[in-house]
Design a protein around this ligand. Structure first.
Ligand SMILES: Nc1nc2c(ncn2[C@@H]2O[C@H](COP(=O)(O)OP(=O)(O)OP(=O)(O)O)[C@@H](O)[C@H]2O)c(=O)[nH]1
Ligand SMILES: [Mg+2]
Length: 208
């Protein structure tokens, strides 16, 4: 079923997304191989924003680490327990933009392009939202269903910053969760939003 026929309310915008795939020369993605899980979530974001701490908080001990094909870059994949159907979670290397410079960034981008992903969780540092949101726009523009996880809210608040997640959610048109991976604040809410999102999304990948 193409996204045009899909009844779900996911953010895959078929018209817009084809541009970036054309630009990158990507024609087709690999089918989802994790049949035993209900969906696949990728944690994406700039280096040092807390993706791996969040990955550990979501997945616990069910983790496999392997080198991304043909590279020395390690990718961790784990399982997040969710109701009766577990979800696969991938921890991607840090990336600044969808146009990669480093090998890590290239791996992160290729991972997104070569796997069917149900939901991209864009993890950002709440102290540096202005610097991080351009990647959120790129991911939305590429047609991925995106959830914005504003991490390090503990440090942001210590610096006197306030984040209006409701306002951001309305402006961006995607779910926004404020959280701290190290203190555990917001993790329960994040899991619930991920579960909600994956349950309602039947549209697995951007269109071409
Ligand atoms: N205060 C605070 N520190 C955090 C939080 N989340 C992560 N950190 C810290 O931020 C640092 C980077 O965390 P990582 O999880 O390694 O970051 P990453 O995004 O995986 O980094 P790369 O793998 O290099 O892309 C660590 O020292 C964490 O302890 C948070 O919510 N609050
Ligand atoms: Mg990491």
């Amino acid at each position: 079923m193409s996204c045009h026929d899909c009844p779900s309310k996911c953010q895959a915008k078929s018209g817009k997304s084809s541009r970036i795939w054309d630009f990158l020369g990507i024609k087709q993605r690999q089918p989802l191989k994790r049949a035993e899980t209900q969906g696949v979530i990728a944690l994406v974001g700039m280096p040092n924003v807390g993706k791996s701490v969040l990955f550990n908080a979501l997945t616990g001990k069910y983790v496999a680490v392997s080198n991304y094909s043909g590279t020395t870059v390690e990718i961790a994949e784990g399982i997040m327990a969710w109701e009766e159907s577990p979800l696969a979670v991938i921890d991607t290397p840090g990336m600044y933009s969808f146009l990669p410079i480093s090998e890590e960034e290239k791996v992160a981008r290729d991972l997104l392009l070569n796997q069917a992903i149900n939901l991209v969780v864009h993890v950002v540092d709440g102290k540096n939202l202005g610097r991080m949101l351009p990647l959120t726009f790129q991911l939305i523009e590429a047609g991925f269903p995106v959830l914005l996880a504003i991490n390090m809210i503990d440090e942001a608040e210590q610096q006197g910053m306030k984040v209006n997640s409701q306002h951001l959610q309305m402006e961006l048109g995607i779910p926004v969760v404020v959280m701290s991976a190290t203190t555990g604040r917001g993790i329960k809410q994040l899991k619930a939003r991920i579960g909600e999102y994956v349950n309602q999304s039947t549209c697995l990948s951007p269109t071409y």
